[in-house]
Design a protein around this ligand. Structure first.
Ligand code: EPZ
Length: 418
């Protein structure tokens, strides 16, 4: 398993361009299954999660060819309908093939995702609403067995604005007969990007960027061959913003839509961060930060995917900060690792109380999940000495070439393959 070593405290300078968004491309790649014609995706990030979902699609008989920065998918020789446990267990987002498989092939066998480090993460909202659309769902020995005579449009009212459930239902609805209405749909920018991708294909979708999305189904044989490039990765962007702030550096982050981070920008400004929004990103300037109280929420609230990174930042902000995690039940796995570096954090249920310290000291630390890994990188940048970070495969799921990007910003970082 790879390890990273970071010499701290680091100073960053220059600019970094974020990759295309993992959480936009994962549902989009699942959506490729809807289309009998070719799909070309541009600038897919080189991430473990992208490799995993591409492996899942090729196991289903999809032909995938890469030509430079283009990846071409051909589903005309499709032959399978099973997403096996060995792939799904490594990535919950595999469940996103369920809707497209049902719409295109009227059957699907997808392994239940199983728990993951940040919580149980059930799929009841996906399944309940696919049933409303005419799917017969059985759960047996860890698999979801789904069949349908043909999906029908339905009114789906989500009890929680689940990102994955919204995406699964949107894709199922494209191939359903009649109109589907999704109420209390998630509002994350990646949903809008998926919607734009589906509309390019020929889907009839209204209400993107609102909590009521209406999709008029049509025969999938009518869909067109398309090309698409996803939005920039806003979570990668906020990670580099906080890397600049925790090292009191001035850098520019480009390649994403700044308004996709409004809640994050507002929170950081409340901490007295000096930020300059540009047309293609954001500039971080020297800042004297103050403590903050914040809780995570569905978009447009403060994103749960930025919670660990904000906590790392707060460990070095003198004063007290209070962070409450409201989306996942176990997303504080980074806390004990940050404490090993000398951070002062007290946990009370789903709330963390952080008291800023003058100094963090290097110590061997271990990644536990994707965003916790990002938090450890941030803390290592601000720690005295050479910090060893273990199990970085978690990090490689969602941060493309992070060592190169940090090195290009002036960080002394090395990776040892063990
Ligand atoms: C997406 O996960 C993201 N993943 C997550 O990012 C992100 O943290 C999450 O949305 C919230 O923003 C991708 O887009 C691939 P949810 P998803 O369905 O779709 C509960 C990262 O770091 N729930 O909105 O799984 C669930 O247990 C990853 O890039 C149900 O109870 O998120 C959780 O507590 C981590 N039943 C909450 O809703 C369901 O049927 C949010 O889940 C579905 C969800």
């Amino acid at each position: 398993m790879d390890k990273l070593y970071i010499d701290g405290p680091a100073k960053l300078n220059g600019s970094v361009r974020v990759s295309r968004a993992k959480n936009a491309y994962l549902p989009i790649i699942a959506g490729v299954l809807l289309n009998p014609r070719k799909t070309t995706l541009i600038n897919l990030p080189e991430l473990r999660d992208i490799i995993t979902i591409n492996k899942l699609l090729s196991n289903l008989g999809v032909e995938i060819k890469t030509e430079g920065h283009k990846t071409i998918y051909d589903t005309s020789k499709f032959e399978g309908h099973e997403a096996t446990y060995d792939l799904v267990k490594t990535m919950r987002a595999s469940i996103l093939v369920l809707g497209p498989l049902l719409a295109r092939f009227k059957k699907a066998k997808v392994s239940l995702p199983g728990g993951c480090a940040i919580g149980a993460r059930p799929i009841d909202i996906h399944l309940e609403n696919l049933k409303k659309m005419g799917a017969k769902i059985e759960l047996e020995s860890g698999y979801v067995y789904a069949t349908t005579e043909g999906l029908k449009g339905a009114k789906c009212v989500l009890p929680f604005p689940s990102v994955g459930a919204t995406e699964n239902l949107m894709m199922a609805a494209v191939g359903a007969e009649g109109t589907t209405i999704i109420e209390n749909a998630a509002l994350e920018p990646e949903i809008e990007d998926l919607g734009n991708f589906l509309i390019k294909m020929g889907a009839q979708i209204e209400g993107l960027n609102s909590s009521t999305i209406t999709i008029k189904g049509r025969p999938l044989s009518e869909l067109n061959e398309i090309e698409h490039e996803a939005i920039g990765d806003r979570i990668e962007a906020l990670t580099y913003m906080m890397a600049a702030l925790i090292t009191d550096s001035e850098i520019e982050i480009t390649g994403f839509v700044p308004s996709h981070l409004d809640a994050v920008i507002e929170t950081l400004k409340k901490m007295n961060a000096q930020l300059e929004v540009t047309s293609d990103g954001i500039k971080v300037l020297h800042s004297k930060l103050e403590g903050i109280t914040v809780e995570t929420a569905p978009y447009p609230g403060f994103p749960t995917d930025g919670q660990a990174q904000l906590m790392a930042l707060c460990t070095k902000v003198l004063g007290t900060s209070v962070i409450t995690e409201k989306i996942f039940e176990n997303r504080f796995m980074h806390v004990p690792e940050l404490i090993r570096l000398g951070a002062k954090i007290e946990l009370k249920g789903n709330t963390a109380i952080i008291t800023g310290v003058e100094k963090l000291e290097q110590a061997p630390i271990m990644c536990t999940d994707l965003r916790a890994s990002a938090a450890l990188i941030l803390a290592a940048l601000a720690s005295e000495g050479k910090t060893e970070i273990q199990r970085v495969y978690h990090l490689d799921r969602g941060y493309e070439k992070i060592d190169n990007k940090l090195r290009s910003l002036g960080v002394s970082i090395s990776r040892i393959n063990e």
